[in-house]
Design a protein around this ligand. Structure first.
Ligand SMILES: Nc1ncnc2c1ncn2[C@@H]1O[C@H](COP(=O)(O)OP(=O)(O)OP(=O)(O)O)[C@@H](O)[C@H]1O
Length: 644
């Protein structure tokens, strides 16, 4: 979809390309970051479906609220019931006192008759205000805990799902949308309570109206229907606009992050990426703004239509009341009470409509959260794998005729691959970019399950094992490793194994990370980032040493290292490779590297090309026989020779 002009011209957004070019760029980008599947899913979500699902969603949120803070949840429910009862009492007392005051007879007697009811009104109003304050306090206490709990449920579900599920296209959009659902979970509880409170007040008003005249209540409810429909439709438009722009909004968030945070700050400046990206930010922001403005306008028109319909309908109800009075079907005294009851009931119905529309909209968001959870649970490792435990750390890791294709990928990343590695052995995987080395390492670790074939540890298939138990035997140095803003000790141990100095320092010694310690302010307890006060920033190679220490500290039976020394200096790299044989004594090691001279240490080298094994043998054999390994190795030799 990228137009030729987009590629040829500097994309600063201020070029002389003119308006049509800008428009086509904006369209290209809109297409690039679209989120079609979510939008389609949203379009199918009707108000009726949501109305049916709402009780379950509200109950789910209430249950979660109950789990995180029983006191606050029970208090809130009690306050809402209390508010409803007080509203009913107050309303009955007001209508009673109005009826008494405007009935015929001596004014003093009428005042005395109305006095107790007026006292009830005053007490009910005061108590309701008190309950209102309590609700605000309890809601403030519950909201953040509930949102955090909803977030945690998502994180746990995401961590419990197959890695393959996270690799699916659109996963991040799905996660982002669900995250918004998690944030508004407390709103669902609030709004459900508002609707309940308004319903309780309406019940009081309705009782009075029904007593005064049976036609008033159905008339009032009928009159509110068009307004309710308009409000819910307006809420749906806003919700759908949010879904439609989710991919673009996520891109905006990414751009902000890259432009403002430290990690990308060098390239932003030296590559002059700033103007290019800010121009893209502006265009994307403009397209998101336009979509949101359109939704706001449509929503406003719908709201207006609803309000007009509501006004006309309210006028009809008042006209009906006047007709009842004029035709003598209702007494003047009863009419006074009816006016007040009608006023209150109309207010309550408006509260129900507003709250109900908000509730439905929040329901859609929370449904996104629920969908994410359902999907993650549907792809949970507990569902797709067995529960077999290994009685001892495995001795042999075997890949048997394995094929793997990523979800949505046009072709297999691995086909018919077989190999094995035992404890005490070092197997090297080599091959050009994209040949399938990292994919194979994920399969042998049991992170991915084969599309066909089998990966087995001591004859137990990874698909049959309890993955959490299995990974206790794995140490992984991935190609893209994680820098966490934790202390050095926590970054190494992740709270597992022996976290005491001696064990951590022994692992540091093996990786060469000990050299860094004298420069760290608090040794192993230094925070490894300068994003927070008191923390210290490490260099790329220093981080790689920390990640290697993490792997060595695990003392696992299988050690997988994907480009483990790419960022290390010559001395540090030498140290790792000379120490590898020692580490292999009680470990099976799978080593992936492009530095072919380093694989001389391996017992066996496996050469991958386009997902297939094309060669295997020792370093001596492969450097002698013609083939892919030798041609790559010769190229490297030539480059280093020429450089020398
Ligand atoms: N998460 C993923 N989703 C879809 N396809 C993927 C994913 N990861 C890798 N691939 C594809 O699988 C193939 C093998 O990738 P892999 O990362 O295993 O190669 P590699 O040999 O480790 O490459 P490199 O030397 O560049 O690290 C590539 O074509 C790649 O595009």
């Amino acid at each position: 979809m990228t137009s030729a002009s987009t590629q040829d011209q500097p994309d600063t957004g201020t070029s002389e390309a003119g308006a049509p070019d800008e428009t086509s760029r904006a369209q290209d980008e809109e297409f690039l970051y679209r989120d079609e599947s979510r939008h389609q899913a949203g379009a199918q979500l009707t108000t009726g479906t949501m109305a049916r699902r709402l009780p379950a969603l509200v109950l789910r949120s209430l249950k979660m609220a109950w789990q995180v803070d029983r006191g606050a949840t029970a208090g809130l429910l009690a306050c809402q019931i209390g508010t409803g009862v007080l509203a009913a009492l107050g309303l009955l007392a007001v209508t009673g006192s109005i009826t008494a005051l405007i009935s015929s007879g001596d004014i003093t007697e009428r005042l005395w008759e109305a006095a107790p009811q007026l006292a009830v009104v005053a007490a009910a109003t005061g108590l309701r205000a008190l309950l209102g304050i309590t609700v605000t306090w309890l809601t403030g206490r519950l909201r953040p805990v509930l949102a955090r709990a909803a977030e945690l449920t998502m994180i746990e579900a995401a961590l419990g799902a197959e890695l393959a599920a996270n690799n699916k296209p659109g996963y991040n959009d799905f996660y982002d949308i669900a995250d918004r659902g998690a944030q508004v979970t407390p709103d669902l509880v609030d709004e459900a309570q508002d609707v309940l409170a308004a319903t309780a007040t309406l019940a009081a008003g309705a009782t009075v109206l029904a007593v005064l005249h049976p036609v008033l209540l159905p008339l009032l409810l009928l009159a509110c229907l068009p307004q309710a429909a308009a409000y819910v439709r307006a809420a749906r438009v806003v919700y759908l606009a949010g879904l439609e722009t989710s991919g673009r909004r996520r891109m905006l968030h990414k751009l902000r992050w890259h432009m403002a945070y430290m990690e990308s700050s060098e390239e932003m400046r030296a590559c002059l990426a700033g103007p290019f990206l800010t121009a893209r930010y502006r265009r994307l922001a403009a397209s998101v703004n336009a979509a949101e403005r359109k939704a706001a306008n449509t929503g406003a028109w719908m709201g207006l239509a609803g309000a007009v319909a509501g006004g006309v309908a309210a006028a009809a109800v008042w006209a009906a009341l006047l007709w009842l009075l004029a035709s003598g079907r209702m007494s003047l005294a009863a009419g006074g009470g009816a006016v007040f009851a009608l006023q209150t009931a109309t207010g309550s119905v408006r509260g129900i409509i507003n709250g109900g529309a908000r509730l439905v909209r929040t329901g859609w968001y929370v449904q996104d959260w629920q969908n994410f959870l359902d999907n993650a649970h549907g792809q949970a490792m507990t569902a797709s794998r067995g529960t077999k435990m290994l009685s001892a750390p495995p001795e042999r890791f075997e890949v048997r005729d394995v094929t793997y294709r990523y979800d949505g990928a046009p072709k297999d990343s691995l086909s018919g691959v077989s190999l094995q590695v035992r404890r005490g052995e070092i197997i090297a995987l080599v091959g050009e970019n994209g040949s399938g080395k990292s994919t194979l390492s994920r399969l042998i670790c049991g992170l991915l399950l084969p599309t066909a074939g089998e990966v087995a540890w001591d004859h137990v298939a990874t698909a049959e094992m309890d993955p959490w138990e299995a990974w206790k035997h794995v140490a992984l140095v991935p190609q893209k490793y994680t820098y966490l803003p934790l202390s050095m000790r926590d970054n190494i141990t992740f709270g597992q194994g022996d976290t005491a100095d001696a064990a951590v320092l022994a692992a540091c010694e093996a990786s060469g990370a000990t050299d860094m310690l004298p420069h760290l302010r608090s040794g192993l307890d230094t925070l490894l980032t300068s994003e927070w006060f008191g923390g210290q920033q490490l260099s790329g190679g220093q981080w790689q040493r920390v990640v290697l220490t993490r792997a060595f500290h695990r003392q696992a039976a299988l050690l997988v290292m994907d480009e483990p020394t790419a960022a290390l200096d010559a001395r540090a790299e030498h140290r790792i490779f000379t120490g590898l044989r020692d580490l292999a004594k009680d470990r099976a090691i799978l080593l992936i590297t492009h530095r072919l001279a380093n694989v001389a240490i391996a017992d066996k080298i496996i050469v991958l090309d386009q997902g297939r094994i094309v060669q295997e043998g020792s370093y001596e054999e492969l450097t002698r026989e013609p083939g892919l390994f030798r041609s790559l190795w010769e190229l490297q030799q030539r480059t280093t020779g020429e450089a020398a």
